[in-house]
Design a protein around this ligand. Sequence first.
Ligand SMILES: N[C@@H](CCC(=O)N[C@@H](CS)C(=O)NCC(=O)O)C(=O)O
Length: 369
Amino acid sequence: MYQLIGAPVSLYTGKVRCYLQFKGIGFEEVLATPQVFKELIIPRTGVRYIPVLVTPDDQVIQDSTEIIDHLEQRFPDRPVYPTGPCQRLVALLLEVYGDEWLVNPAMLYRWKIEENREFAIQEFGRTRLPDASAAEQYAAGLEASAPFAGALPRLGITDHSRAAIEQSYLTLLDELNTHFSSHDYLLGDKPCIGDFGLIGPLYAHLYRDPASGRLMRERAPQVARWVERMISPDASSHDGAFMPDDQVPDTLLPIINRMFEEQVPVLLETARQLKEWTEANPGVEDIPRAIGTLRYRLGDMEEERLVFPYTVWMWQRAHDFHNSLDAVGLSAIASVLSSQQMGALSEPLSVRVKRQSNKLQIDADRGVD
Ligand SMILES: N[C@@H](CCC(=O)N[C@@H](CS)C(=O)NCC(=O)O)C(=O)O
């Protein structure tokens, strides 16, 4: 039996849980208590992240994307990667967008809205001390959640950026609400890897935290319904298919445009700075979690955030797929992406990265393209 080690309050655990349920893979969920961190997560993964998947033959995998890719090999039924070039690229892009950009509204709404914050602290306490009293859990939760609540400035979530992040999220909710009014999932009648990228922030934080959940149900009820389909998949999604003929619904285009406007400049700047970091740190094998700072823009607002090299690994997946396409595939993509957007994807990567024992390293074997 597979074991999913994580927590109800965890964004990336939510992503993998939904995936396992959709695929119909039997699993048991294990709470990531301090004891589980000490006895399993840290010794077996070398890092302190959840979720972690323990396979029936005792392999231990960290990273939601690695977990999904591992399971896709073993459970090829109901694939979550579409095969058509347009659908596959959109799915890969929206995974990066959910995983690495919607973390911003997810963290903002959780830690800046008092009702959500109180709920999250209690939830962190329930993970740390599952059998303790509510008061003991709250005290433990305050301590356990402090690094997360304290991470906001590092992500560029400040009093200065708050209104712009809220505005971007509310508009995204409207765009998704329009999309889910006519489609059950992003690309048809079953979820793709992009749905799993979006569900982490949109379920574990923005649906489950009480004030955000009310906001979603009131402003974007179709998004809330999609979340409910994702967390309790039924037979119709199990038997569902992606849209025929590699179609990408027009209702996704504003969301793709939003990603290219908001997140892609950050991803490209991250790759640029990572190259500089590599040149300045010859021989350093493991890339740190953050290297330096960059300025990002949302509309007219500009703010500083740390540079997270891991995001290059996620972007590389979409980039590599785009650049593996032949002329026919690329001309199909041109019906979905603008030439500027395709230009960003075909811009050579200044540096390539790989994950080695859960650490990010420069991928010297493949060189840059
Ligand atoms: N890219 C990783 C991210 C994992 C991650 O950041 N998990 C959070 C919980 S949702 C965590 O463990 N954070 C601990 C930390 O940031 O130190 C994945 O997809 O699994």
